[in-house]
Design a protein around this ligand. Structure first.
Ligand code: GLY
Length: 291
């Protein structure tokens, strides 16, 4: 088969740095699965990004519990971890689940035990900044509810697709709360023959509509990635009878290398690295760019 043009896209402006790492893999002919994991780990390791990995948002107990998942379009295999404590790279642990475990989901202590068996190091994921942020939240009547997940989609030069999603989840969440990011079909979904989708925003709103699965099904039925993201958000708006006081945003990529992104609220952007250019794009906004 003729070589394809590689592409990688990631949610939010911090996706630019993540894409750099993923592109280094893709431009050397590496696999999409390796690229999305490399991209996600950049964000997980960066304590200045306070919604993912090391230095992420603590839960109500002040503990950072991480959620992540990966899907490999080439093999159809998936791995996912949720409420994982003390391991800064949950995406890499999810990748190990995909490769080595007969199950797809591991959570909490079981996920941590698996990670330790695979050689991951236990550490305190709180930074002085996250500990201070938590102390400030405890003094407030109503805590902040930040949630800027990184979701990554890639196509390699063999034309194979992969996706990854990693987050500390909603700030000040209940201990043990699992968001959309590790839920296959909600925060991310990918069919190697069609395309993939990955999201960011309030996880519960994505879970209740099987959001990423729906976007991939819309693409299977002929929609472009852009139209598929918008159609899903229309469905969310209808479900909530037009009352959208939360953010939800998705990006999608199909097997042909076409992509799109859309959000319920202003402010969502995503980074696309293709053809030697890494650039931010605004997501189309419901009510302004589409209805
Ligand atoms: N989308 C991140 C979360 O709700 O956990």
């Amino acid at each position: 088969m003729a070589k394809q043009n590689p592409i990688i896209l990631s949610t939010w402006n911090f996706g630019l740095q993540a894409n750099q790492a993923g592109w280094s893999v893709l431009k050397e002919g590496g696999a999409a699965l390796d690229a999305v994991e490399a991209a996600a780990s950049v964000t997980e390791n960066d304590p200045s990004i306070t919604s993912v990995g090391y230095g992420g948002y603590p839960n109500e107990d002040g503990v950072i519990q991480l959620d992540a998942a990966v899907i490999d379009g080439k093999t159809g295999r998936m791995g996912s971890v949720a409420a994982l404590e003390g391991i800064r790279n949950p995406c890499a642990v999810a990748r190990k689940v995909l490769e080595k475990n007969k199950h797809i989901y591991l959570v909490g202590e079981g996920a941590q035990n698996f990670a330790l068996k695979e050689g991951f190091q236990l550490e305190n994921l709180n930074t002085p900044q996250s500990a201070q942020w938590y102390a400030e939240q405890l003094k407030k009547r109503s805590a902040d509810q930040g949630h800027d997940t990184i979701g990554v989609l890639a196509r390699d030069e063999e034309g194979e697709l992969a996706t990854a999603c990693t987050t500390s989840g909603l700030a000040m969440k209940w201990a043990g709360r699992v968001g959309d990011s590790p839920i296959i079909g909600a925060g991310l979904y990918l069919d190697g023959k069609i395309g993939g989708a990955v999201g960011t925003g309030v996880g519960e709103r994505a879970i209740e509509v099987c959001a990423s699965f729906a976007i991939v099904e819309f693409m299977r039925n002929g929609m472009s990635p852009q139209n598929a993201c918008e159609e899903l958000l229309r469905r969310v708006v209808n479900r909530h009878r037009g009352r959208i006081d939360f953010q939800l945003a998705f990006i999608a990529l199909n097997r042909e290398g076409r992509f799109g992104g859309a959000a319920l609220q202003e402010g969502f952007e995503y980074a696309v690295y293709a053809g030697d250019e890494n650039a931010l794009r605004p997501g189309a906004v419901y009510g302004r760019d589409f209805q």
